[in-house]
Design a protein around this ligand. Structure first.
Ligand SMILES: Nc1ncnc2c1ncn2[C@@H]1O[C@@H]2COP(=O)(O)O[C@H]2[C@H]1O
Length: 175
């Protein structure tokens, strides 16, 4: 089942009409999650607005109370870090808003908009530079590579939850 989901992601498949290959900057997708502190602090609208205004396309979004099992898999690469248990507890302490954004260089673009892992290293104008101070309450997650984006999207979303829709602003966003 996991392999089928990964194949769907790689092919850019979801429900709705298929778009031309060039659509939305080649269709790179990234996984973004507003973390429990971002939801509690009523930052969801602000953060979604930033990605929309940038010109990225929202293809999936849901409010999720993530299980510890899902979070342990999401953060499997960090399992030997001393903060791993605390991280899983924090991420399961309330709902998160899980999203998939699509567009030209979506992974790199979203990471640049988020800023550094440590808010103290994040410049003003980035999300972490503007909205948080502590590394353990850093408001938002964005995939760090195309490969991890594909894994994270298939972990958090079923293929039918990702919608390909006709973006009428596309000609104003891409050359
Ligand atoms: N030193 C740390 N102490 C606590 N949490 C951390 C530390 N370093 C990284 N993290 C968390 O681990 C997360 C890894 O994914 P993110 O970059 O989304 O955000 C990171 C922080 O939430």
């Amino acid at each position: 089942k996991r392999e089928r989901q990964l194949l769907f992601q790689l092919l850019g498949l979801g429900t709705g009409p298929r778009l031309p290959g060039r659509a939305r900057g080649g269709g790179e997708r990234t996984f973004v999650a507003v973390k429990p502190d971002g939801v509690q602090r009523r930052l969801v609208g602000e953060l979604v607005g930033r990605f929309e205004r940038k010109g990225l396309t929202l293809v999936g979004m849901k409010l999720v109370q993530a299980s510890e099992e899902l979070l342990r898999e999401h953060y499997v690469a960090l399992r030997h870090q001393p903060f791993y248990s605390q991280l899983v507890k924090y991420m399961s302490s309330g709902p998160v808003v899980a999203m998939v954004w699509q567009g030209l260089d979506a992974v790199k673009t979203v990471r640049a908009m988020i800023g550094e892992t440590n808010p103290a290293d994040s410049r003003p104008g980035t999300i972490r530079g503007d909205f948080c101070t502590d590394i353990s309450k850093n408001v938002i997650h964005g995939s760090d590579s195309v490969e991890s984006a594909q894994q994270e999207i298939s972990l958090w979303f079923r293929p039918e939850e990702l919608i390909c829709w006709e973006d009428t602003a596309e000609h104003w966003i891409y050359g």
